[in-house]
Write a protein that binds this ligand. Sequence first.
Ligand code: SIN
Length: 279
Amino acid sequence: MADFLTIEPISGVLGAEIAGVDLAADMNDETIATIRAALVEHHVVFFRDQDLSPEAQMAFGRRFGELDTHPFVEGNARHPEVLDVITEPDDRANFGGGWHIDVTFLPEPDMASILYAIEVPDAGGDTLFADLHAAYDALSETMKGMLDGLTCTHSAGPQYGDGGYSTKSKAMTTRNQEASHASVVHPLIRRHPESGRPALYANPAFTTGIDGLRRDESRALLQFLYRHATHERFTCRFRWRPGSVAMWDNRSVMHHALFDYVGKRRVMRRITVKGDRPV
Ligand code: SIN
């Protein structure tokens, strides 16, 4: 491990703060490998007091893979891979509100997201993360057996289609609304390609149902799984400061940007790293 880095867990289950690194610097491969290993182990890693231009944030992200462009939200005019995640004081909805895993409506959802805080409210606007491996592990063997082999349909329509929650944030511009209704199928239990650990892989924002079940059966089972996965014993909570960075593994966590700061401004910058087909 790069010996100048320290990695301190922030909760009993997931999340760790990494200190001793400047993300804007030209890091060697060993440092990147250490950050990647920490991400796979802790599922979300945090950095404080960073000073990242969009270019530096993209360069850091590219050390982990190719960057993606959001299909339904307008990116930054100069850098389409960058999403300016802004909540204005008169917004009545925020981007990333509600528990979700990023872009599971894609056939190959992004493996990681890297969010940088530019302006945050004095209080509020924290982000919650839930460990989908720990949630899976805690299920009974009988329930695991029932879920094994099931698939879910995912679609961006409920969020980005006409009237969807994510279209309500005034500061963010949605696009390609028609195409948002397309759907993809993913396994309900996903194996992490690096750690091999199984995880629950469904989320309230984009999972529209469990295939082969009646609608009421699917809704009841998904509601149980969401309530279970977001129980406090599987979560951590991150308090942002300007210059904070969170990097999370979308193959392992759901997250929820709390909207408890109506009347205040919050400005973040997000990039995502492309992933592979869930198996
Ligand atoms: C997101 O879901 O990417 C945004 C999370 C946040 O703003 O905290």
